[in-house]
Design a protein around this ligand. Structure first.
Ligand code: KIV
Ligand code: ZN
Length: 510
């Protein structure tokens, strides 16, 4: 009989730890709502003790989707962290406290400089405290794959006796290989089932050796009932197991694994694009499941085979992951109804009439500039519109700009607005973008360093929309900004301002 695998998505916690992937509250809510449409079982919404901003974001996510999706957040094994998690998630229907503490010698001796017994006791005390607050507690044995097996088991046994309801076994540094990891999970599972078969065994794999998906699947085959993943495999260093890969492997090869998930797979591509758009981190073109080329067939032999029968070269159909081949092309004359239909087809809510009118106005402006508006454009239009920072915060807006490009002295003049204040200036640079960014930087008066600038065309045709992604550094932290427009200089200005605004918002929240 097929076994249900619980899917925890940690894009908003482990994924957001990626430098430059910092999201504001509104963006986190947008992703959480899409994760709800994707039907993940649990959302790990953040690490509330890390900052006031993170705490508030977790609370807002609970308000937005906590009535239907289980919400968890991370705590170290200390009271103040656990209290912060409890306070931020307590209003969710099904809240779960997640505690992490290392079990490997390196963690116990080098990170904590304490004895193994003392660390084990610290974990037990943390679980006992968490249980006074909520019934569901997950305990993560950080760096489990490099831990002494018997000590790892003693920890699990002790925290289960203290009340932990889920045991998560992380391959924190991506050191495990599938056979070895699977074997460890099988042994832990055997003992855990004997100890208390109501406790859920979970895995959390990192991708340092490119094995996160393989290790996760091997763990499932060996008894794990829950998996922790991120969209697009985002996460610390080389990232986490990619949700889309593990889920589709379980679906396409259900005969091999005898397991299934509750994921609405037709939402995968949309979720991947939303996360990529909001974090500014591109998905590689040949990425399994969600890369642009994942369903593109270029060789003549393959195309010939596909025309005869799709199964000749496809193990799943594009529709399974939401890569719908039926695309509607909108124009300025399509009207409200067709536009509304396209927005709703993407899963976005259009019930707020005032908000929809604003969105429709933006659509008309885009359609005038671009003539043909594709699904891609509509998607980015809605997500950009919905993730504007709260108006109460004093942020920079672009009022006007002029850029002159030549091989002598490229020059930019810019007018910015911040609340009622207007700032004007001009600068010369090595090129038009350099001039533009110099003047914006001096008007904002912030010592930001541009680290990365990328421009892509978003859709087809000569009227394609340009999407600009930038990364900048401010006070030792990395922020990203992105924007799209048919005018790439304007998109560049907006992207840079969005990066500066992200830095300002972060400083205001923390
Ligand atoms: O990689 C890791 O060990 C983690 C834990 C918090 C589960 O992210
Ligand atoms: Zn992790």
């Amino acid at each position: 009989m097929s076994r249900k695998i619980i899917v925890l998505d940690t894009t908003l916690r482990d994924g957001e730890q990626v430098p430059g992937a910092k999201l504001n509250v509104q963006q986190k809510i947008e992703i959480a709502q899409q994760l709800k449409r994707l039907q993940v079982d649990i959302i790990e919404a953040g690490f509330p003790a890390s900052s006031a901003g993170d705490f508030q974001a977790v609370q807002e996510i609970v308000r937005s989707v906590g009535d239907t999706v289980s919400i968890t957040a991370l705590a170290r094994a200390v009271k103040s962290d656990i209290e912060a998690v409890y306070e931020s998630i307590k209003l969710a229907q099904n809240p779960l406290i997640h505690i992490v503490l290392g079990t490997s010698n390196i963690h116990v001796e080098k990170k904590f400089n304490r004895s193994k017994e003392a660390i084990l006791q610290m974990g037990v005390d943390a679980v006992k405290f968490a249980k006074t607050l909520l019934p569901h507690v997950q305990y993560s044995t950080e760096d489990a794959s490099r831990s002494d097996f018997e000590y790892l088991w003693s920890t699990i046994e002790a925290v289960v006796k203290a009340g932990a309801t889920m045991i998560n076994v992380p391959d924190t540094v991506g050191y495990a290989v599938p056979e070895e990891f699977g074997d460890m999970i099988r042994r832990l599972n055997d003992r855990l089932k004997n100890l208390d078969d109501r406790v859920v065994l979970s895995v959390h794999c990192h991708n340092d050796l490119g094995l996160a998906t393989a290790n996760t699947l091997c763990a499932v085959r060996n008894g794990a009932d829950k998996i922790e993943c991120t969209m697009n495999g985002l996460g610390e260093r080389a990232g986490n197991a990619a949700l889309e890969e593990v889920v589709m492997a379980l679906k396409v090869r259900e005969n091999a694994y005898q397991c299934y998930t509750g994921i609405q797979t037709s939402e995968l591509l949309r979720t991947s694009r939303l996360v990529s758009h909001l974090t500014g981190l591109d998905v590689q073109v040949n990425k399994a499941i969600t890369g642009d080329n994942a369903f593109a067939h270029s060789s003549g032999i393959h195309q010939d085979g596909l025309l005869k029968d799709k199964q000749v070269y496809e193990v799943m159909s594009p529709e399974d992951v939401g890569a719908d081949s039926m695309e509607l092309i909108l124009t300025a004359r399509s009207g409200r109804h067709a536009f509304k239909n396209a927005v709703e087809k993407m899963g976005f809510d259009t019930r707020d009439a005032e908000d929809f009118e604003k969105l429709f106005g933006q659509f008309l402006a885009l359609a005038d500039a671009k003539k043909e508006v594709y699904d891609h454009d509509v998607f980015y239009l809605v997500t950009s519109h919905r993730t504007i920072a709260p108006s109460s915060t004093r942020l920079y807006e672009l009022a006007s700009f002029q850029v002159i490009s030549n091989d002598q002295h490229p020059t930019a003049a810019v007018e910015l607005r911040m609340g009622a204040e207007t700032l004007k200036g001009s600068a010369v640079g090595d090129g038009p973008i350099d001039a533009l960014y110099s003047v914006i930087k001096s008007l904002a008066g912030l010592d930001v360093q541009l680290k990365d600038y990328k421009i892509n065309s978003l859709s087809r045709g000569k009227e394609a929309v340009g999407r600009v992604n930038i990364r900048l550094e401010y006070q030792g932290k990395t922020y990203s900004g992105r924007a799209m427009d048919t005018d790439i200089i304007k998109a560049s200005a907006h992207a840079f301002l969005n990066g500066i605004n992200a830095a300002l918002l972060d400083s205001a929240q923390n």
